[in-house]
Design a protein around this ligand. Structure first.
Ligand code: PGA
Length: 250
């Protein structure tokens, strides 16, 4: 049995004050969530505060990105070891916003996946197609290409140390959710592609759905056989909504 994971991706939102009240709210309600794992990924600058507030709780935390390099003259970058210093368990790699606005290639994302693993962090690898790609009927080709870049660099067993998030780009922050059947179809494809190389890795690999997941659609999405939780953007910024999704996963 794969234990569902609900991870909040706060993106570039919040303030010290809102971080404190959001975590207070999450901590108050998360006690009933026993059968799902919960994590939050704040902006880097708030991670030390999040560590203080969440230490000893059942909620894990992680970064939204990391450098491919371990240290040195890379202005503005954050290394995996630095995330480790502040208790991160997870780090998101290859989010579509990074791929789009920072032109991150599949190969660069694969290197980030490797850097995370090397430091003992669990990478959350985001993959997904744009609306144009879906309409052109090449969704599977796109997610296969994004996935294969990691498998080529790190080998299929490396996936066992991480998590995959299928995030159709057209569903992110748009209010347009993939239907449970649409999402399940791609999740099943991803799992079968991993299974071609290793059925045991495929069986244990958690594949999250991301893209306008809300309390109202979470249960139906996570109820699908190959959907093992969610990577939540907008709805992770309100304790009540985030907890609603955690409860659905539970
Ligand atoms: P959303 O974002 O839930 O706001 O659509 C998901 C994500 O980008 O991870």
């Amino acid at each position: 049995m794969r234990r569902p994971l609900v991870a909040g991706n706060w993106k570039m939102n919040g303030s010290l004050e809102s971080v404190r009240s959001l975590l207070e709210g999450i901590k108050q309600g998360v006690g009933d969530v026993k059968n799902a794992e919960v994590a939050v990924c704040p902006p880097f600058i708030y991670i030390p505060e999040v560590e203080q507030l969440l230490s000893g709780s059942d909620v894990a935390w992680g970064g939204q990105d990391l450098s491919t390099e371990s240290s040195g003259a890379y202005t503005g970058e954050v290394a995996a070891s630095m995330l480790n210093d502040f208790g991160c368990k997870y780090v998101i790699v290859g989010h579509s916003e990074r791929r789009t606005y920072h032109t991150e290639s599949d190969q660069l994302v694969a290197k980030k996946f490797a850097a995370a693993r090397a430091a003992g962090l669990a990478p959350i690898l985001c993959i997904g197609e744009t609306l144009e790609e879906r309409e052109a009927g090449i969704t599977n080709q796109v997610v296969a290409r994004q996935l294969d870049a990691v498998i080529e660099l790190e080998g299929v067993d490396a996936l066992a140390d991480g998590v995959i998030a299928y995030e159709p780009v057209w569903a992110i922050g748009t209010g347009k959710t993939a239907t449970p059947d649409q999402a399940q179809e791609v999740h099943a494809f991803i799992r079968s592609r991993v299974a071609d190389k290793s059925s045991s890795v495929a069986d244990q690999l958690r594949i999250l759905y991301g893209g306008s997941m809300k309390p109202g659609n979470a249960a139906e999405l996570i109820g699908k056989p190959d959907i093992d939780g969610g990577l939540i953007g907008g709805a992770s910024l309100k304790a009540e909504d985030f907890l609603g999704i955690c409860t659905a996963a539970n």
